[in-house]
Design a protein around this ligand. Structure first.
Ligand code: AMP
Ligand code: ZN
Length: 435
């Protein structure tokens, strides 16, 4: 089944003609309404009129997360605040998270794209959808919610947490589909079993999992433990939120990118050169229909490859494979985006520590864990025969990381000069999660 048969199956040439028409409109709009784009286009010596084909897009500069931060909070909005009906922000950053805005029509488009995702997963208005993505500033909860309502399905707005209650609702309300992060789904399965619930005999049929990287091995586990079909959904707040791309239940190999609303490119993260389809590279999006917060050539830092082969579901939109990694060092820990540099910023603000640290990310059972190992200074070390002093420091670091970044970490203070030193690029992260 296809939600928007007309737009999801457009023949390539018609789709590209539509993309080009929409691209011209959005370029004119951002050039005339957003100072940032006028400056960067001018600096590159390109005006919207110079873009005469889709391929000309490559003449325009990229937009980065840094650009978003520098224009925090609303500097890149292309409409007045009176037209903005919703704000969201991406997780895990300090004051300068990235803030995104939506007009009424943006919410409408987003809802449709999420509805397309649900239909791609085989759902109809007769389904009951248990939505355990977080509601709030994070785009996951409300994004999926509106899509489910658009489809006409019955949505249970669970949000995250309160796992025992979630398991009760899964048993009592009998939802046929669940949306959450794949790690939380495993967590639910595990806790359910611990409560003596036969998690395979629930009415759940489909899981729509995303917001963090996962693997085919994890898919097998989820499908086995919950007796469901587990499908991958992709999105990021900057570009819209969940629903930028979705795997179809027929193909199950790669997620269709809704190309009538986004242009996708893969680039070499070092040189910025465009790669031929099929090669692994950094994914770059240009939004074609967004009003409040259009983005031109936004570098996602997500690394994947595009799949151009036709899909048996009949959708003509290109697919992207699983996210293979990131071209920056962002970690996703229990759904929260964390940059090592943010942890560093917390550590250097605390007296008695050295700027030598190591982050160890692991997964215990189904939960991500973060351990921060940091050296204490010679002086602290010399004066710290009192264990209490060090314990107090550890507690302070744990609290600051929690307060500023929203993640719980374990902190281990180590002797001066005991951590590895680097000659080139420092590699401060050990990720032991087998995803
Ligand atoms: P946020 O803007 O907080 O929703 O975070 C978006 C980021 O989450 C993306 O840039 C990806 O790195 C990650 N992400 C979202 N969906 C997936 C997915 N299906 N697989 C892997 N990573 C994902
Ligand atoms: Zn398909």
């Amino acid at each position: 089944m296809i939600y928007n048969e007309e737009f999801e199956t457009l023949p390539r040439e018609v789709l590209e003609a539509l993309q080009f028409k929409r691209l011209q409109q959005v370029l004119q709009r951002v050039y005339h309404t957003v100072g940032f784009y006028r400056r960067t286009f001018d600096a590159a010596g390109v005006r919207p009129d110079d873009i005469k084909t889709l391929a000309d897009l490559s003449r325009l500069p990229f937009t980065s997360k840094q650009d978003l931060r520098e224009n925090y909070p609303f500097g890149l909005f292309a409409v007045p605040m009176s037209s903005v009906v919703r704000l969201h922000a991406s997780s895990g950053t300090t004051g300068r998270s990235t803030v995104v805005g939506y007009t009424k029509r943006d919410i409408d488009t987003w809802s449709e794209l999420m509805a397309r995702c649900f239909v791609a997963a085989g759902l109809t208005k007769n389904d009951i959808i248990h939505n355990a993505y977080g509601y709030g500033l994070f785009t996951g909860g409300l994004g999926a919610h509106y899509g489910a309502e658009r489809l006409g399905a019955s949505v249970i707005p669970m949000s995250g947490g309160n796992t025992k209650r979630q398991i009760m609702i899964l048993q009592d309300f009998g939802p046929t589909a669940i949306c959450c992060t794949p790690s939380y789904a495993l967590n639910l399965a595990e806790q359910g079993r611990a409560m003596g619930v036969d998690m395979r005999s629930l009415r759940l049929r489909v899981g729509i999992f995303g917001a963090e990287p996962w693997s085919d091995q994890m898919r097998d586990q989820l499908e086995d433990q919950l007796a469901i079909q587990a499908l991958n959904i992709y999105g990021l707040s900057e570009v819209m939120g969940p629903g930028v791309a979705m795997e179809c239940s027929e193909g199950r190999e790669g997620m269709h990118i809704f190309e009538d609303h986004f242009i996708v490119e893969t680039i070499d993260p070092e040189t910025g050169a465009i790669l031929p389809p099929g090669e692994e590279g950094e994914i770059v999006f240009t939004t074609l229909s967004k009003e409040a917060f259009p983005l031109i050539r936004y570098r996602t830092r997500d690394v994947a490859r595009l799949i151009t082969a036709p899909c048996r579901c009949g959708r003509s939109h290109v697919r992207m494979g699983r996210i293979m990694g990131r071209s920056d060092d962002m970690l996703i820990i229990r759904g929260v985006n964390v940059f090592p540099s943010q942890i560093e910023a917390v550590l250097v603000g605390i007296e008695g520590l050295e700027p030598h640290y190591q982050l160890v990310v692991d997964r215990e059972g189904t939960l991500d864990t973060l351990e921060v190992q940091v050296e204490v200074s010679e002086r602290t070390f010399a004066n710290a025969d009192e264990v209490k002093v060090l314990q107090k420091m550890e507690r302070r670091i744990v609290k600051d990381i929690k307060d500023y970044l929203g993640v719980s970490a374990r902190v281990k203070l180590v002797e001066p000069k005991s951590l590895q030193r680097f000659e080139g690029k420092a590699s401060r992260v050990t990720d032991r999660r087998k995803l």
